[in-house]
Design a protein around this ligand. Structure first.
Ligand code: SF4
Length: 394
């Protein structure tokens, strides 16, 4: 099982962010943090009992800004994980951090002592102008220093998060600017790079600035060239693309995230965390106070939804086609009782002819150009999926 722990706190709210996070209220940090910790430890114990000390292979602290957790608190959470679950001795234990955290004296050393063995730094950009637009607190120089310190501090599995397709005051991010940053990133010797296209949700301040013309986004063609050129460059530097937005050196794919895309069971704890276990899915209340109340009342798994066969086949398609290796045809055929290649032949052939997809060695996958338009391709597949009740799936 994969274990996800959501830490909802941030120093402030970045103007592009649509994650479930809340700025720590000044003067109330201690109270909010201790309320969160008490509820999280209780939630861990509840689930440990409920699942009978189930095996855990990966732990992922995401957020929010998990590096705002005091190190003693982090150590306490991981101690509880070890007590209530059977944590694998080779478990991957990841934590997302802002570069500022890694600059704090002693923090990286302390982090390693807790057992966290994979660090994911939210660099986002190595250009000070872009970082300002993103409302980030760190500079490009601080981001680079955080990476150096992580290496010096013995972090042997380091991911750097980037965002491409950023807006600018006179024009959107150019290919030259993006490639320059990737070159700098590679020189920092990470093991893994996540590069997400900027996705602005309505209501985000950055979305309004782009809508009213105060900031300019790259056009559609420029966006495509940023994605394709960036991926090509990373592969030329030894970072294998294994998912739409993720690149890793040999042996450094993120086991936790790969588990999601491969449809493994996961338990999510903390406000807004989603879980999928044994064919059921539920979402914790997003509001921290409502989540604490539910946990304190001993309520685990609020309103679970059983994943019916049409939902499971949609998700299988959506998640596996994110992966470079694609969808294993035998897995699909076993789930649905139908032949993928036969049912979707009218779609597959044109996609292959256009170089957007390929079928090889029992897998159907999207090519890099296909990944660029994956949402459109998926919509065509979904249109052809049998509607509820028509599937013969298990
Ligand atoms: S630090 Fe991350 S989670 Fe927090 S507001 Fe910024 S983008 Fe959102």
């Amino acid at each position: 099982m994969l274990l996800y722990i959501h830490v909802p706190f941030c120093r402030g709210k970045c103007p592009y962010c649509s994650f479930s996070s809340q700025p720590l209220a000044p003067g109330r940090e201690g109270r909010e943090m201790s309320g969160y910790l008490a509820a999280l430890l209780r939630e861990l114990t509840l689930w440990g009992e409920r699942l009978g000390r189930a095996g855990v292979e990966t732990v992922f602290f995401g957020g929010g800004t998990p590096s705002l957790l005091p190190l003693e608190a982090l150590a306490g959470i991981l101690d509880r994980v070890r007590t209530v679950f059977a944590l694998s001795s080779s478990a991957e234990m990841s934590l997302e951090a802002n570069p500022e955290s890694a600059l704090a004296p002693g923090w990286l050393h302390g982090l390693r002592q807790t057992g966290v063995n994979r660090l994911s730094l939210g660099i986002q950009s190595l250009d000070d102008g872009e970082l300002r637009i993103l409302g980030r607190a760190h500079s490009a120089r601080e981001a680079a220093r955080a990476c150096e310190l992580a290496r010096e501090g013995g972090i042997t599995n380091l991911n750097l998060d980037f965002i491409w397709g950023l807006p600018g005051e006179r024009s959107g991010q150019s290919q030259a600017k993006w490639l320059r940053q990737l070159k700098q990133a590679v020189a920092l010797r990470p093991d893994h790079i996540s590069a997400y296209g900027l996705a602005l949700e309505e209501g985000a301040p950055l979305a309004s600035a782009c809508a009213d013309g105060s900031l300019l986004l790259p056009g559609e063609r420029e966006q495509a060239s940023l994605y394709l050129a960036g991926a090509e460059f990373l592969e030329s530097q030894g970072f294998m693309q294994y998912e739409i937005s993720n690149f890793a050196r040999m042996g450094f794919t993120c086991r936790h995230n790969l588990g999601y895309w491969e449809g493994r069971d996961f338990l999510g704890l903390g406000p807004s965390a989603v879980s999928t276990l044994g064919g059921a899915r539920w979402t914790n209340p997003a509001n921290p106070a409502a989540w604490r109340k539910a946990v304190n009342a001993g309520q685990a798994a609020p309103n679970p939804e059983t994943l019916d066969p049409p939902t499971r086949s949609r998700e299988m398609l959506m998640l596996r086609l994110r992966l470079q290796k694609g969808l294993r045809l035998r897995e699909w055929n076993a789930l649905t009782g139908r032949s993928f290649l036969r049912d979707f032949a009218p779609l597959i052939l044109p996609l292959q002819q256009k170089g957007l997809a390929a079928t090889r060695r029992g897998f159907f996958r999207l090519t890099r150009s296909g990944m660029l338009v994956s949402n459109t391709i998926l919509a065509h597949f979904f249109d052809r999926l049998p509607k509820e009740g028509a599937s013969t799936g298990k």
